[in-house]
Design a protein. Sequence first.
Length: 123
Amino acid sequence: MDLGFRGEHRLHAAAEFSSVFSARRVLRGVHFDLHYGPSKVQSGAPVASARLGLVIAKKLARRAVQRNLLKRLAREVFRHARHELPHYDLVLRLSKPSGHSLDGQARQAWRSDVEQLLMRLPR
């Protein structure tokens, strides 16, 4: 089982993000919103797995350390769950201010929110 997060597992272009947002399908969690849409064909070949894009606004997580931590946690949860997920293009967006705490309790809350959102995706 490959747990990498290579280029084919992430959204790159603004058009890819826009297509997910235009699908107007969203699951709301405590801290994050998970937007999802059908995977687009990538360079002539069908997409082999779910792909992830992250939107962590500076307005909601002021410190770069915190934004990077949120992205790392989200990528890690996605890497471990990717093989069980349907083939959607996903955009995980921070929806509420994350506070100033970086302690273990906050990390666990963020991680469990992302895990729950991914498991709630329609199959």
